[in-house]
Design a protein around this ligand. Structure first.
Ligand code: 2P0
Length: 320
């Protein structure tokens, strides 16, 4: 009753921000993301009748803070009447760095728990359960360009384009490490309750999704760049207009945006996106990766750079 799985974080180009059902963690809007290749979380789950309670280890240290969420996620696939589990999670990138570590963690957790139980649930079922644990985690079950759609009572995931069919690179400029002041779950609720822009955000999402889907189908970089930057800045406008306001950027985030603008003016095919944190993610074509990386590395306030191509969805791997 032991299995190991790996999953990569994903970066939303058309963002998920807001919930229509907090209890079931159903998003208010659809979203489109790209799954990364080189950053990964590996999760090992072992059910053991000799254990009294679930035990969670993250990067080698026992972790109490995330344990309840992890246990609930295992219950969702195993049922509550189950053996306790020993869970160990290892990521090759900084967690709490605004890189959606919860997405790769819960996607890998569900694949590993399902395999350890010998259940062989469909990917779509695991994606739906991952979404209950963390909205963005549903997308990490799939690779390449992934759309999360709302259905009447649930979500469904569609792989719009496999990773090798449109190779892009993501360069992440890390401007500050450490946990965010307000977590996404709480921030989304504050936006829903207080931002005067929230209802327009919800109303306009379908047209941004249509535009991004068409750009991806046509492999039209400029078209995707325009709608992705627009959607990102619109999401942040919702946050800035909330009470209290939620400003996740720092001065280096803005400096990185300026760097991307300068690269664009020099004819480089690159665009930025920013999530609920201060890191800037620059998306570009592989031929421009070194130039984009170099420009961001030399931007004031950038502490570290990570980069990755696009990869596959969560999968089981051999036990370590
Ligand atoms: C996204 N974010 O689409 C958006 C953009 C942050 C900004 O999904 O409450 O950790 O656990 O469902 O998935 C981050 O929120 O939120 C997120 P919950 P999650 O990637």
């Amino acid at each position: 009753m032991r299995a190991t799985a790996t999953a990569q974080p994903n970066i939303a180009l058309i963002k998920y921000w807001g919930k229509r059902d907090s209890l079931r963690n159903l998003p208010a809007v659809g979203s489109i993301s790209i799954t990364l290749a080189d950053l990964a979380t590996t999760m090992c789950v072992e059910f053991d009748a000799a254990l009294a309670n679930d035990v969670l280890t993250i990067n080698g240290s026992e972790n109490e803070a995330m344990l309840a969420r992890v246990s609930r996620c295992i219950d969702s696939v195993a049922g509550e009447d189950r053996k306790a589990a020993r869970v160990s999670s290892n990521s090759n990138f900084p967690i709490a760095a605004g890189l959606a570590s919860s997405a790769s963690a819960f996607a890998a957790l569900l694949v590993a728990a399902d395999a350890a139980l010998g259940k062989k649930d469909a990917r779509s079922v695991l994606a739906s359960l991952a979404g209950r644990a963390s909205g963005s985690a549903a997308r990490s079950l799939y690779g390449g360009f992934v759309e999360l759609r709302n259905t009447a009572a649930d979500i469904e995931l569609v792989e719009l384009c496999a990773a090798p069919d449109w190779p892009l690179e993501v360069v992440v400029a890390i401007t500050a490490l450490g946990p965010k002041a307000v977590g996404s779950t709480e921030a989304m609720e504050i936006s829903r309750k207080t931002s005067p822009f929230y209802s327009r955000w919800i109303e306009q999402q379908a047209q941004d999704l249509d535009e991004a889907r068409a750009a991806i189908a046509a492999r039209d970089f400029a078209r995707l760049a325009a709608v992705a930057e627009h959607n990102c800045l619109k999401m942040h406008s919702v946050m800035w207009g909330s009470r209290p306001p939620m400003i996740y950027w720092n001065s280096a985030t803005l400096a990185c945006m300026q760097t991307v603008r300068e690269l664009q003016s020099q004819g480089v095919a690159v665009f930025f996106t920013i999530d609920a944190g201060p890191q800037l993610k620059a998306v570009c074509e592989p031929a421009d990766e070194a130039r984009v990386r170099d420009a961001l590395e030399n931007t004031t306030g950038v502490e570290d750079i990570l980069s990755s191509g696009l990869g596959e969805g969560a999968k089981r791997i051999a036990d370590e």
